[in-house]
Design a protein. Sequence first.
Length: 126
Amino acid sequence: MKKLEDKIIKKIFVMETKNTFLSFLARIVLFTIFGFLIVVFGQATIEIFKEQRTFDLLNLFNEDIEIIKRYFLDVIYTFYQETPKIVFILLVVSLFLFLFLIWITFKKRHSIINRIKSLFRFWTHK
């Protein structure tokens, strides 16, 4: 009976090891994909702003406070008009998903760490 219990426990730990490894691998792949998308869409947005010379509007903020107060909303509206909408939406969605993945991982960190520790103990002490 003891051998049967050991076989069942070993199968359960093998299954848990696979699940933990696949979960860890999936998180790494998702972090990489969303990080890459953030860089690509952010770079595309910045390049479009450079091409349109939108950043030249920021020279306005070197002026007096009164000029900044007067033209602040105009500058914001100009940035809004010249922003590539689809690329910017993709950037925001990628950033949101990346931050959501970080939040979920941070929230489950104790469970993940305990699972890895118990699997490590099982495989090294037998």
